[in-house]
Design a protein around this ligand. Structure first.
Ligand code: GLU
Length: 394
């Protein structure tokens, strides 16, 4: 008899990873699938970072690292926060983890009690809600739509707050919509939150460098928010290091200490070679990775152009990250090629089956009218994918 816990039975699978796995499976069966499901740069990790990792192996970095990360890495993270985000942290306010996903899970697990409420401006990354569930909290979505560029308003934020609200997630540039909040928009949220001193803010800034307009503004740099904001970041997206699994948080020392405690019982310190490589990544000038950002920018423009040729698709202009998040609801209720499309999940499956293009349903991100397509893929693949989509839809 299989007797799994309620905890795991109540946990949804990660739709991003599930779709990527499905695409891999179909490819292995010989199908010509183009996967636009996973948000993963198609570049190789830059050589100067790989060299630092090789050096670390030769220097015998093979033992357990401190649970919260090497001190010189945490110092490098402090320098990065100062340089890029105008945030002053000391190393005891930093915890290095196995990916930003673990940083987020640590924070949720150390702050949330059963029954606490988490606010998720929608659309939001799939794992936020799952992690809140894992922490036995409830979550409330604050909806937005393509008509507001997927932004919520301060009024919506205030209306969603209850005495049980403990944590709110901000994520700019946003996965999946690519929306970027401006400094003045963030300051308006801060004004509301100043009235509710028991609410903490998790600001996920993993896409900060993949930004096509105004520079990233860190929520914690608003003075009144510094003491209750935890900033999460990592090297996966900007440095093409997804598989190296290094994320980190900066925030109040008492929260960092608690994150270290929980991490010490679950995974210990993150991979030591990857930590050494991360020092090289973070100490390098941001100009070293600009070529990737420029390339993503070009691909975004290409994808917007290709999408504009497809009927019934409503699209905004994402200002960052590497996703487009079109509203496909005009297709709901229609039958194409013998397949009835009732929701974004059906639409995404339709594209997989009829066009051999893998995407992710917006339902997983709290936006059931949309689907997500990652353009962190080669120009050639993007052109072919959108040609196929156009063929099956037009
Ligand atoms: N964050 C990426 C995405 O949204 C990687 C997959 C994941 O961990 O969800 O596609």
């Amino acid at each position: 008899m299989q007797q799994l816990s309620d905890r795991i039975n109540n946990l949804p699978v990660s739709e991003t990873l599930a779709m990527a796995a499905k695409a891999r499976e179909l490819k292995a069966e010989g199908k010509d699938i183009i996967s636009l499901s996973l948000g993963e740069p198609d570049f190789n990790t830059p050589d100067f970072i790989k060299d630092a990792a090789k050096q670390a192996i030769d220097d015998n970095y093979n033992s357990y690292s401190p649970v919260d990360g090497y001190l010189d890495l945490r110092e490098a993270i402090c320098r990065k926060f100062k340089r890029d985000n105008n945030l002053t942290y000391s190393p005891n306010q930093i915890v290095v983890s196995t990916g930003a996903k673990q940083s987020i899970a640590n924070i949720a697990l150390v702050l949330l009690n059963p029954g606490d409420e988490v606010l998720l401006p929608a659309p939001y990354w799939v794992s936020y809600s799952a992690i809140a569930t894992l922490a036995e909290a409830t979550y409330k979505e604050i909806p937005s739509s393509i008509d507001t560029d997927f932004k919520i308003t301060p009024e919506q934020l205030e209306a969603a707050i209850t005495p049980k609200t403990k944590l709110i997630f901000f994520n700019s540039p946003n996965n999946p919509s690519g929306t970027v909040y401006t400094e003045s928009e963030y300051r308006a949220f801060a004004k509301i939150l100043e009235k509710y001193p028991n609410i903490y803010i998790l600001s996920d800034e993993i896409y900060e460098h993949i930004n096509y307009g105004q520079p990233n503004f860190s929520f914690a740099s608003i003075e009144s928010m510094y003491d209750r904001t935890i900033t999460v970041n990592g090297v996966a997206k900007a440095f093409a290091m997804t598989g190296w699994r290094i994320g980190y948080m900066g925030g109040p020392a008492w929260i960092a200490k608690a994150c270290t405690k929980i991490q010490g019982q679950i995974t210990s310190g993150a991979n030591c070679i990857a930590q050494r490589a991360t020092i090289a990544a973070l100490d390098a000038p941001v100009s070293k990775i600009q070529f990737m950002v420029d390339e993503f920018h070009k691909r975004r423009d290409l994808v917007l152009e290709l999408l504009s040729e497809i009927k019934g698709i409503n699209i905004n202009t994402p200002k960052g990250a590497f996703y487009v998040f079109p509203d496909v609801s005009s297709y709901f209720g229609k039958t194409i090629d013998g397949v009835t499309i009732n929701d974004a999940g059906d639409f995404s499956m339709f594209l997989l089956e009829k066009a051999n293009v893998a995407t992710v349903t917006g339902g997983a991100f709290g936006a059931p009218d949309c689907i997500r397509l990652s353009y962190a893929a080669s120009t050639e693949d993007l052109k072919e994918a959108f040609k196929r989509i156009k063929n099956v839809l037009n």
